[in-house]
Design a binder for this molecule. Structure first.
Ligand code: TEU
Ligand code: CA
Length: 594
């Protein structure tokens, strides 16, 4: 891990590497849990329209909506049955037009979710495909003959589905298996068939012509698979099913496929972020996000959000430490900066537990400080920033007494079924799974947005589809918008700083300070030499819920060093002195300009 104690202004960034989408902050809306306008307990498009000023006032530039398309909702809309229709509880095409107009009139952009690794099993394409081996759509999905061993029928290989069990489901009708890396209701599309990319291109164009400004692309690095479909090596001896990731994550034809989409995106100067699961090699991701690749603008990697996953099971316990976090952040910051790629910066989304609970502290006395600390960590990195609904309020995970009945997510529920059926007696295992769900279940971030202290947190007049967190009476948007010391206003300040000092905070280089310090995460951001009077920024983050003494090493940043932002307001305006110790408060965050 490089520990650069001194950084100099470096070679200037060519102007053609500056882009509107690099300087943007994306606000992610989970439609079913954002705002319910018609009292059916489910968020909807009109609900989103009613909150556009709230999103704009925070300082967001782009709104990304999770899938809003027709879907049986086996996986909350990631199982699409019609790419051209809107899921009726969310509204109509007219509502979407109105939303796009409302977003555009406020100077923001709209990003939709493109889910094209798989469809719903209810999609007409799949219904056709499964109807017969000679149907014109047969080859739109991945069908393989069974393997027979000792007269018994087995799937074509041992790959595991992300939602448990085999990644193959047998179809009685035609006597073959189809591949689904996720639920059996989410069959994988066969991109080898040129009609599939052509159909995807039509979808992309259609939505770009109908108000969308770009896409977030679901598990986009899975679309090209090794066509020999080999058995995966055994990495989890306890299970018959193994991860086959090396055979489909960033597969052989990925870049060809991405360039096909990229060509269209370029015509529209559209926004794009690819979700890239199961790849930690930055060089591999650079092949898609490099500035001259014309594939996707940036990608979500999973190295940080997987730090607390067990090696073979997400819900196995794993403790992470600050050294790991520092080295992962540093790796991606250096790599993309040095290679003219681009990072997507996030700690939360609809698949992740809340960041205060996982990466800092959600204890009542530390939750707010923690939310601001993490906002500082995110907001002071180079990359496009993603904020997930409720993160701007510092919402924590579900409470400790959240019963199993309250969970809705297929991943969690399937895990529970698998665990309890294979270990019916082992209650200690059950207990530890429940503890891990409270940390990592996807439902942690899917509870309704907390607007105010009225019934159901102002989310809905009816019983919400998933229960509201009980802390809403005190933790809600209305209270925070009124309070200049709130997490909400802290985020707003950070977003403003990124705009004012983009040469430093968005485009600047990154250097860790004291890589080996186990309590404090400190780093320097330096703008390129061409910028006029650029501030260098020193960021100091105490990740401990207690006081830590810290000494600013010499030559880290040029004089003077004023604190311009802190979650301890009394610190603002003070000066850090070189080689003098300061006592950092619990979860203290400092941003100093020099
Ligand atoms: O997620 C990819 C994915 O596999 C992980 O998010 C996974 O669900 C988990 O967090 C790791 O154990 C995308 C979508 O964001 C997710 O909501 C969908 O369920 C999934 O793809 C399938 O479309
Ligand atoms: Ca509704």
């Amino acid at each position: 891990m490089p520990s650069l104690e001194y950084t100099q202004a470096e070679t200037p960034l060519p102007d053609n590497l500056k882009k509107w989408w690099k300087e943007s902050c994306v606000y992610q809306v989970y439609p079913s849990s954002f705002c319910d306008s018609n009292g059916d307990g489910i968020g909807d498009i009109q609900g989103i329209i009613s909150k556009l000023d709230y999103i704009k006032n925070l300082g967001s530039d782009i709104i990304w909506l999770n899938p809003i398309f027709s879907s049986p909702q086996v996986d909350m809309g990631y199982d699409i049955s019609d790419y051209y229709g809107i899921h009726p509880p969310y509204g109509t095409l007219q509502d979407l037009d109105e939303l796009a107009a409302g977003i555009h009139s406020r100077g923001m952009k709209l990003v939709l979710d493109l889910v094209v690794n798989h469809t719903s099993d209810q999609h007409r394409w799949f219904q056709e495909s499964r109807s017969s081996v000679i149907n014109a759509y047969r080859d739109w999905y991945i069908w393989r003959k069974p393997v027979f061993r000792d007269g018994e029928r087995h799937p074509p290989n041992n790959w595991r589905s992300y939602f448990g069990g085999s990644a193959w489901t047998y179809d009685e009708g035609t006597g073959e298996y189809y591949l689904h890396l996720f639920a059996s209701e989410q069959p994988d599309l066969n991109w080898e068939n040129p009609q599939v990319p052509a159909a995807v291109h039509d979808i992309v164009r259609y939505w770009l012509d109908h108000g969308a400004d770009g896409f977030r692309m679901d598990v986009i690095n899975f679309i090209s698979k090794d066509q020999t479909f080999p058995d995966a090596p055994i990495t989890n001896p306890g299970s018959p099913w193994q991860t086959g990731k090396q055979f489909y994550a960033c597969g052989p034809r990925l870049h060809e496929y991405l360039q096909g989409i990229g060509k269209i995106l370029k015509e529209y100067d559209a926004f794009s972020v690819g979700e890239m699961l199961d790849v930690d090699d930055a060089a591999e991701i650079l092949k898609a996000v490099g500035h001259d690749r014309e594939e996707v603008n940036m990608a979500f990697h999973f190295e940080i959000v997987n730090m607390d996953h067990g090696p073979t099971d997400k819900f196995a316990q794993r403790k992470w430490d600050l050294g790991e976090l520092k080295s992962i952040v540093s790796k991606w910051q250096h790599f993309m900066h040095d290679n003219h790629g681009w990072n997507a910066i996030y700690l939360e989304n609809h698949d992740q537990g809340r960041s205060v609970s996982r990466f800092a502290s959600d204890q009542p006395e530390h939750r707010e400080l923690s939310a601001k600390l993490l906002a500082t960590l995110l907001g002071c990195q180079s990359g496009t920033l993603f904020v997930y609904q409720g993160q701007e309020l510092g919402m924590p995970n579900v409470p400790q007494d959240w019963p199993l009945d309250n969970y809705r997510d297929i991943e969690t529920l399937n895990h529970w079924k698998e665990l309890t059926s294979s270990n019916p007696e082992k209650t200690s295992l059950h207990q530890s799974a429940l503890t891990e769900y409270r940390l990592k279940s996807r439902d942690n971030s899917r509870t309704p947005m907390q607007w105010d202290d009225s019934l159901n947190a102002g989310f809905s007049t009816a019983k919400p589809w998933i229960p509201v967190h009980k802390d809403y009476a005190t933790l809600n948007a209305a209270a925070q918008v009124k309070d200049p010391g709130s997490v909400y206003w802290y985020w707003s300040k950070i977003l403003e700083f990124r705009k004012l000092y983009s040469d430093t905070l968005v485009y600047g280089s990154f250097a860790l300070v004291e890589a080996e310090n186990r309590d404090v995460f400190a780093f320097v951001r330096s703008p390129s030499a061409r910028s006029q009077l650029p501030p260098q920024a020193l960021i100091v983050l105490n990740f401990r819920p207690y006081e830590v003494s810290w000494t600013l090493p010499p030559k880290v940043i040029s004089n003077p060093r004023h604190v311009v932002l802190s979650n301890y307001p009394e610190r603002i305006g003070s000066k850090l002195t070189e080689s003098g110790s300061i006592s950092l408060g619990p979860m203290e965050a400092l941003v100093c300009f020099g």
